[in-house]
Write a protein of this length. Structure first.
Length: 112
C-alpha cells in the first residue's frame, strides 16, 4: 500500500477533527450552553482551532492532537465530578434549577 496515501502536509486533519468534536459536543452537550452567547461559542471554537493548528505547525501533528486531547480533561472533570458533586446530572444538566444556579444564570427562562 502506498504510504503517501495517508500523509498530508496540510492542516485539514486538525480542522476536521476539531470541527467534528465541536459539532458532536454541540449535538450531545449543547444544552449546557443554551444561555451562552453565540459569539462566545464561536470564539471558543476559533481559539481551540487556532491553538491546535499552531501546536501542529510548530511542534508536529502529534503534539497538536495531544494538546486537543488534554483540553478535554477539564470537560471530563466538570461533567464527571464537579456537576455530580453539586447534585447535577453531568449528562443531562438536570435539575435545571441547580444547573442555572451553578452557572449564575437567571432561572426564569422566559426572562430574555
Amino acid at each position: 500500500m502506498n504510504q503517501q496515501l495517508f500523509y498530508t502536509n496540510t492542516l485539514w486533519p486538525e480542522v476536521a477533527v476539531v470541527s467534528v468534536l465541536f459539532t458532536l459536543g454541540h449535538i450531545f452537550l449543547g444544552h449546557f450552553e443554551e444561555r451562552t452567547s453565540s459569539w462566545r461559542k464561536l470564539a471558543k471554537y476559533l481559539l481551540t482551532l487556532t491553538v491546535v493548528c499552531l501546536f501542529s505547525v510548530f511542534f508536529g501533528r502529534m503534539v497538536g492532537f495531544s494538546v486537543l486531547g488534554l483540553s478535554l480533561l477539564p470537560v471530563l472533570f466538570i461533567h464527571l465530578y464537579l456537576l455530580p458533586s453539586n447534585g447535577i446530572n453531568g449528562w443531562t444538566g438536570e435539575p435545571k434549577e441547580k444547573y442555572y444556579e451553578f452557572r449564575g444564570w437567571d432561572k426564569n427562562i422566559f426572562n430574555r
